[in-house]
Each structure stands twice: as C-alpha cells, then as structure tokens.
Design a protein around this ligand. Structure first.
Ligand SMILES: *Cc1c(COP(=O)(O)O)cnc(C)c1O
Length: 371
C-alpha cells in the first residue's frame, strides 16, 4: 500500500500536460526568458482575477513581503505587528527591512491574528500590521482595517496560503496597502519553481515595487536606489497562465474535500475542526484540525503507520524559533503556544483521489478509537 502524501501535483500536471508543455516550449522557442510577454499578460490576468489595480510579479512570496514593506517606507526603528502562528518568512521579511516584528496572539478558532490583541501593542514606533490568511482562511480584515485606519498604520496582507480566498465577496490581498502572494509549488496556485506577486491599488507602491524588483530602477541601467533582482521568469509566468483559469474549480474541490472530512470526523470529540468565519470563502490550503488531550503526536505517529502522512504547521510559534533566542523571552502568547502542540494538517489537494480520501478518513477513525 502506497503512503498517502499531504500534497502532490502529479494529477494536476497530468491533466494539463499538453498545455503546460506547449507553454514552456513556446517560451523556449521565443528566446525571451525574463520580463517578456507572458509576465506582462500574467500580471494583467491576475490583477483582473483579484480585482486589484496593479499586480507586480516577483521571484517569491518572501520577496513580495520584503518589497511591500520597503515600498511602504518601513525600515529600521519601525515596529510591525504580526502573527506568531505562520511560516517564518512573514517575520523574516520584517527583520530583513530592518524593522522589528511585534507578535500579537491568535484566535484559537481561526488560527489567525486576534484583532483585540493588536491595539494594546501599538506604540509610537508601530508603522504597520501584517496579518496572514493562514491555511486559506481570511484574517478578520474588517476589524484589522478599522484599527489600522484609526491609528494611521499601513497594512500588508500575507496571502501566500490563500490565493482566491475571499471575505465579503472581495478577494484577499486587496484589503490592505499591499497583498503578497507566493507561487511556491505547494501553494494553492503553485508554479513549477519559485514565484511571487505583490498587488496594490496604490500607484506609488506599485511603482516603488517595480523599481525594487529590478535593481532600483524602471530602467535597469538608471538605478535610483538599492533594489533586488526579484523577477518572475517567463517559463513560470507561462505555467501560471495555464493554471490560473482553473483556480476557482480547484479551490472549490478543496472546499468539497474539506466538507467530506468535516462530515466524516464530526463525531470524534478528540478532534476540533477548522472553522469557516462568517462571510469568508475558505480555500483550504490546509485542512488543519486540533487534537485535544495531548494526543497530537501519538495520532500523527499512528497515522504514519497506517499509511497516511500528515504535517505539523507549525510546531513552534515564530517567537520561539532559535533565530529569535533571547529576544522574546518575556512574551507569552498563550494560544499560539498551545496550538503549536495541538495542530495537525491532513492530506488535501484539489485532485486528491477519492480512495485516498476514504483511506485517510478510515485511518483517522481507526487511530482515534485506539488512542
Ligand atoms: C510560503 C509562505 C511564504 C513565503 O513564500 P515563498 O514563495 O516560499 O517565499 C510566506 N508566508 C507564508 C504564510 C507562507 O506560507
């Protein structure tokens, strides 16, 4: 029996094989590999899809965060309030521009920033809030924008895990001053290599981001400031153009699989299911449950034996990572710290075969009963 992975792309690349190969072949034949017609077309198509005025394609989601913060003038001496329950890149980007991450606790239901934890942390040095739409579910953008507006703060959204996710019918990434996406191969919209995107409705932010991605100048040889080399390449843009038209269908499929998990596991009291907040369209980048009673690691080990892979996103909250040793010793973020010991992400991908799903559910039910 084959081990069920938490994610795989083979069904998707098989389904789109001819279109993908033609797209890549066309780029190779064109001889134009950097900032060509596919990058321009993708930026226009993705801006339309997301309902954003500007889309600036970049080399990674991490670069999108760094470039968004820089474009908004955030740097040394500034504080940025963010979540401790995320991939390290969120806080790393804040540090890379010379600013300081200030961590606010999360809500245990949504795994996202708790708006009521933000306001007490605002100081004269606070410049921005950086919420993450973790696992595909919107952070509470209504309250976060309200707080930001009241205190004159910028908002950068980390949408790396929520391409196509919505709140109140509006695409995530378009609420704040900038939205940052990742096209890392395992993300909802994944390239076949690294890639990222910054969207904004602000003309100045878009112009600054375009300069920063090409060595600090719109013209590569008239450099106005220090920048980066952070372009999406033509092959990745061509691949993303093939995949973008399928994203709604794929996200719907993730939602359908989440519904099946929900139904099949609802009577297991040891497990707490992920919520769907009011007015939000969760796109289930992950289907992440909580395992109560200190049984998470035992359940994970038992599932592994039964042929089902799972992942722990994230086993340590960001303020507890070795890189920050000694810096946040006094910081207590009770929910983030507890959830790090409870969360378990189950296998989910849009074209996950039905028998994998059934086998996973059977394994979970068997394992939970035996705990
Ligand atoms: C993946 C991810 C990133 C970084 O994106 P890359 O494209 O890998 O640089 C940032 N934030 C979150 C929440 C992520 O999941």
């Amino acid at each position: 029996m084959r081990q069920i992975p938490v994610f795989q792309s083979i069904e998707e690349s098989a389904a789109l094989r001819d279109d993908l190969l033609k797209a890549v072949q066309d780029v190779i034949q064109s001889g134009q590999f950097i900032t060509g017609p596919n990058v321009r077309a993708f930026e226009s198509e993705v801006a339309t899809y997301l309902g954003a005025r500007h889309a600036v394609s970049l080399n990674s989601g991490t670069d999108a965060l760094v470039i968004a913060l820089k474009s908004l003038g955030i740097g040394p001496g500034d504080e940025v309030i963010t979540t401790p329950f995320t991939f390290f890149a969120t806080a790393e980007a804040i540090c890379q521009v010379g600013a300081t991450p200030v961590f606010a606790d999360i809500q245990e239901t949504t795994y996202n920033l708790d708006p009521s934890a933000i306001e007490p942390l605002i100081t004269s040095r606070t410049k921005a809030i950086l919420p993450v739409h973790l696992f595909g579910l919107s952070a509470d953008m209504v309250k976060i924008m309200e707080i930001a507006n009241r205190h004159g703060l910028k908002v950068v959204e980390d949408v790396a895990q929520a391409f196509g996710g919505e709140l109140c019918g509006r695409k995530l990434g378009t609420f704040g001053d900038a939205g940052c996406f990742s096209f890392f191969p395992t993300k909802n919209l994944g390239a076949y290599g690294d890639g990222g995107l910054l969207v904004t409705n602000d003309d100045d932010v878009a112009l600054a981001a375009r300069k920063l991605r090409t060595h600090g100048g719109i013209n590569k040889y008239r450099n106005e400031m220090l920048g980066y080399n952070s372009r999406l390449d033509e092959i990745q843009a061509a691949i993303l153009r093939v995949k973008l038209p399928y994203i709604d269908r794929w996200n719907d499929n993730r939602r359908r699989i989440a519904g099946i998990y929900r139904e099949a596991l609802h009577d297991l009291d040891l497990l707490v299911q992920p919520v769907e907040s009011p007015n939000s369209r969760h796109v289930y980048h992950q289907f992440t449950i909580r395992v109560l009673g200190g049984m998470r690691n035992a359940l994970k080990a038992r599932l592994e034996e039964l042929g089902v892979s799972t992942m722990i996103y994230y086993s340590a909250p960001v303020h507890k990572l070795p890189v920050f040793e000694g810096l946040y010793d006094d910081v207590r973020l009770e929910k983030a710290e507890r959830l790090a010991d409870e969360v378990l992400s189950l296998p989910i991908w849009p074209l996950m075969p039905q028998h994998y799903l059934e086998q996973t559910i059977d394994a979970i039910r068997t394992a939970v009963r035996a705990l």
